[in-house]
Design a protein around this ligand. Structure first.
Ligand code: NAP
Length: 249
């Protein structure tokens, strides 16, 4: 799984409990140079410093084409792109405003499209690339855990984008795969709802999931490191469930 000589850009990697940081740790352990990006660049800097010399940070707001372009030109070559930035809210479909819908889609779906656009030409020229999209079990089953309609729609859209990219970019030596996490203890639920809701969900998943626990960020990090590896070069268009068995298809 040696990723030595590869440079990875991870979006939404500014939270110290988040998946982006765990993915950055896993890729760095496999030998990659990692760039942690986030709208909150201070968080990304702290996480990069904790990883060490193979990591650095850059400010990147996935909703802004200018911010994405500036960050990518600062980073230089990107071999591995991890579209991880995402938000959610709990909201009944009849209470969901157009602004809330647009905001979630702009970060979770359009953001990945913008980031891909900024790095794909370089990958095509070098005829090597790995694009990893963080979808969700919510994108396969219409929400149901922490996300609701707009979140589910964005994460289903991520699967469509991922698979279209797999078809079109395969001839250039670029794979495109998604990870669909189940419930992972990162604090996203706390930000979207409250700490009590996260505890209740943890108890529910721990009782019901075949693996009898909620997911940990490192579970997703390990999956990303595999999909980024040389050995995963014949896997593309895959949506990898990392959910302890709460959903499979
Ligand atoms: P998280 O800790 O909240 O991480 C998301 C990160 O994205 C945060 O650091 C957030 O920064 C950042 N972000 C928000 N808006 C951004 C923007 N416009 N540009 C760049 N970065 C932005 O949550 P997480 O659980 O690690 O989520 C990571 C990904 O996994 C998301 O796509 C999420 O939908 C997906 N996922 C999570 C779970 C789960 O159970 N945790 C399950 C399935 C899928 P701020 O905190 O400053 O807003």
């Amino acid at each position: 799984m040696a990723l030595r000589g590869r440079l990875a850009l991870i979006t939404g990697a500014g939270s110290d409990r988040g998946l982006g940081y765990a993915i950055a740790r896993a890729l760095a352990s496999a030998g990659a140079e990692v760039v942690l990006s986030d709208i909150d660049v201070e968080g990304a800097r702290r996480n990069a410093a904790a990883i060490g010399a193979s990591a650095r940070a850059v400010a990147l707001d996935v909703t802004s084409e200018a911010s994405v372009a500036e960050a990518v030109s600062e980073v230089g070559r990107v071999d591995i792109l991890v579209n991880n930035a995402g938000i959610t809210q709990r909201r009944a479909i009849w209470e969901l405003s157009v602004d809330e819908f647009d905001r979630v889609l702009a970060i979770n779906l359009r953001g990945g499209f913008l980031c891909l656009g900024a790095v794909v030409k370089g990958m095509m020229e070098r005829r090597w690339g790995r694009v990893i999209w963080i979808s969700s079990v919510a994108g396969k089953q219409g929400g149901g855990i922490i996300g609701t309609a707009h979140y589910a729609a964005s994460k289903a859209g991520v699967i469509g984008l991922c698979q279209a990219a797999a078809r079109e970019l395969g001839p250039f030596g670029i794979t495109s795969n998604a990870i669909a996490p189940g419930f992972i203890l990162t604090g996203i639920a706390t930000r979207a709802v409250d700490a009590q809701a996260e505890r209740e969900m943890d108890e529910k998943i721990s009782a019901q999931a075949p693996m009898r626990r909620s997911g940990l960020p490192d579970d997703v990090g390990a999956a990303a490191a595999f999909l980024a590896s040389e050995e995963a070069g014949y896997i593309t268009g895959e949506v990898m469930d990392v959910n302890g068995g709460i959903h499979f298809d």
